[in-house]
Write a protein that binds this ligand. Sequence first.
Ligand code: NAP
Length: 255
Amino acid sequence: MTPNLNMFSLEGKTALVTGANTGLGQGICVAYAKAGANVIGVARRSCEDTAAKIADIGGNFQEIIADLSDISVIPQIVSEAEKAFGRVDILVNNAGIIKRCDAADVSIEDWDSVININEKMVFFLSQAFAKGWLSDHKGGKIINIASMLSYQGGIRVPAYTASKSAIIGLTRELANEWSKHNINVNAIAPGYMETNNTENLRKDEQRSEEILGRIPAGRWGTPEDIAGAAIFLASEASSYVHGFTLAVDGGWLAR
Ligand code: NAP
C-alpha cells in the first residue's frame, strides 16, 4: 500500500520562524514554503535573501523585524503575525547566539544576552502562541532548536551550554503540560552545521579538523539537512511525538 505522504504537507498552515534571515532559520523557512506553508520570518535585520528564495518557488513570506533580546517585543510579533496570515499554527524557536570565552572571564552582560535570546525568549514566545492555541482548542506545533551542547558540556561556551541544555528540559516540560491540548512541543538538535554560528570554529584549522574527524558522516551539515526533521515535527506525521529532541548531527552523538 502507498503511504499517505499528505501527512507531511503543510498546505494551509502558517509557520513563524525566528532568526529567519540566514543559516538554519532560513533553511527551515524555505523548507516550510516548499511544503506549502505560509511563512513568517522574524529577524532583527531584513530577510530579503529568504524572501527571494521563497518567491522563487512561488511561496508566501512575510518578515517581522524585531530584536529578540527583550521579551517586550512579543506582543508586536504576535499581532503582526496574525495580521499577515491569520492564525499561526507552527512556531520555530530558532534564533540563537553563541559567545566564546573562558568561563573565568564571562561577563554578566554576555551571560544575560545569551540566556535572554536562547532561553528566556523561547519560553515566553512559546507561551504567547500557546495561550491562543489553548483557548481556540485547535492545537499547534512548537519546535525548539537545541544543540549538541544540550547533551555535552562544550568548552569556552558556558552560557550557550546552559541555555541549550535548558532547551531539552523546557521542551519536555511544555510537552507534559500541553500534549493533551493537541500541542506538540519537540526540538531539533543540530550537529555541526555550516552557518555564521560556526564560522569562527571552521576558521580555526585545528578545531575544524578535530570536529570533522569526529563526524561519522564525514562532513559538516547544511541548512538543507534540517529540512526533513523540521517538516516532520511541524506536520501531522508527528502528531503523537511529544517532548522529544531529534538530533540531526551526521551521527555525532552515536560516537
Ligand atoms: P546564525 O547563522 O548565526 O543564525 C542565528 C539567527 O539568529 C540569525 O538569524 C540571527 O540574526 C538571529 N538572531 C540572533 N540574535 C538575535 C536577536 N537579538 N534578535 C533577532 N534575531 C537574532 O546561526 P545558525 O547556526 O543558523 O543558528 C540557528 C540556531 O541553531 C541557533 O539557535 C543555534 O544556536 C542553533 N545551532 C546551530 C548549530 C550550528 O552548527 N550552526 C548547531 C547547533 C545549534 P542576525 O543574522 O541578525 O545575527
